[in-house]
Design a binder for this molecule. Structure first.
Ligand SMILES: O=C[C@H](O)[C@H](O)[C@H](O)COP(=O)(O)O
Length: 267
């Protein structure tokens, strides 16, 4: 999808570094795709990275650009002594291929900065994450970081969590997943919740399995679920639930790339 950017002033430096803009042109003269916007947000976020940091490396099409950029700056010698903590096997493989030194939370329990995408961002910077299936490791790594920078294009902004009408993922153990799914649906029946097992689209009904060997139950809401903390507590009380994709009060900064430029929202 091509998105015109008539007034993309704040992001020109990030766009130029991302190779999307020639020094002689301005963003008002170029048409950027949604992926370009993700890349610009990612490059802006990497400006927060300093040599010597322990970094949480996010997962997804937006975070991928940030990981690529970190690899590039390491190769160029502009960053040094970085330790990356990947949030999925996919990001682990990407970071390895880029030569980013990797570790885990056992060895590095405190993470200086994490950069990751999101599926939804509400006005209070609460998030939905995990439509790519990586919510559990993301929540562990991003919950351990001092600063959590979220990068999105403006299509991810919602008025309330669940407001996109798309999935709020819950990771559950495989044992009796239908039972767990029906308990989850019942919990939010007043919000018109529908709970569905995530499957591998192209392979029919075969369930999607997370990096941790679990299933994902996607919850779809017809209206706001109200108090997010109460909703979170109720979900986590259900035996069989491992974690959910609401990241409440975790983001410290959200960088939004959109038609009018880059917006940096700090908590
Ligand atoms: O499980 C996936 C992660 O939570 C992603 O950060 C999220 O789904 C956003 O992904 P994308 O940047 O591809 O939209």
């Amino acid at each position: 999808m091509a998105i015109p950017c008539p007034n993309f002033i704040a992001s020109e430096k990030a766009a130029m570094e991302a190779g999307l803009l020639l020094p002689s042109s301005s963003l008002s003269q170029v048409i950027l795709t949604q992926d370009d916007l993700k890349k610009i947000a990612a490059y802006k976020a990497v400006e927060y990275v300093e040599s010597g940091m322990v970094l949480g490396l996010g997962t997804g099409s937006t975070a991928k650009h940030a990981v690529d950029r970190i690899g590039e700056l390491l190769r160029q010698g502009k960053l040094k002594d970085i330790v990356g903590i990947p949030t999925s096997t996919k990001t682990h493989e990407q970071a390895l291929s880029l030569g980013i030194p990797l570790s885990d939370l056992d060895s590095h329990p405190v993470v200086d900065l994490a950069i990751d995408g999101a599926d939804e961002v509400d006005p209070y910077l609460n998030l939905v994450k995990g439509r790519g299936g990586s919510l559990l490791r993301e929540k562990m790594v991003e919950g351990a970081c001092k600063k959590f920078v979220v990068i999105v294009d403006e299509s991810k902004l919602v008025n309330y969590i669940g407001g996109s009408g798309l999935a709020m993922p819950v990771e559950v153990i495989q044992f009796c997943w239908k039972f767990t799914a029906s308990r989850l649906q019942k919990l939010f029946e007043e919000s018109g919740c529908v709970a569905k097992l995530r499957t591998l689209g192209e392979k029919g009904d075969e369930p999607y399995v997370t990096d941790n060997g679990n299933f994902i139950i996607d919850l779809y809401f017809k209206q706001s679920i109200g108090d997010l903390k109460a909703a979170s507590d109720s979900i986590l009380q259900i035996a069989g639930v491992v974690e959910h994709g609401m990241f409440i009060d975790m983001a410290t900064t959200v960088i939004v790339a959109g038609e009018l430029g880059l917006t940096v929202k700090d908590k």
